[in-house]
Design a protein around this ligand. Structure first.
Ligand code: FES
Length: 74
């Protein structure tokens, strides 16, 4: 998949998460969330993907990007 993305003219968004899958898709049942507010990763750098682990802070500092999590309220 990575080679296809590079061939298509881009480097891709996802650098390493579940690259063996054709498409990374997750389903969350909001009613089953354990916390009132759960952060989900949108930067593709989290070590706990699909949950945010704060890795976006390092990514933003290194790249000048401004990505942050999706906050899902229970
Ligand atoms: Fe990816 Fe926080 S770690 S948005």
């Amino acid at each position: 998949v990575r080679a296809e993305a590079e061939t298509a003219g881009g480097s891709g968004i996802n650098p390493a998460i579940r690259k063996e899958e054709a498409k990374v898709v997750d389903t969350v049942l909001a009613g089953e969330l354990s916390k009132p507010l759960t952060p989900y990763c949108r930067c593709w750098r989290s070590g706990t993907f699909p949950l945010c682990d704060g890795s976006h802070v390092k990514h933003n500092k290194a790249t000048g990007d401004n990505v942050g999590p999706l906050l899902v309220k229970k």
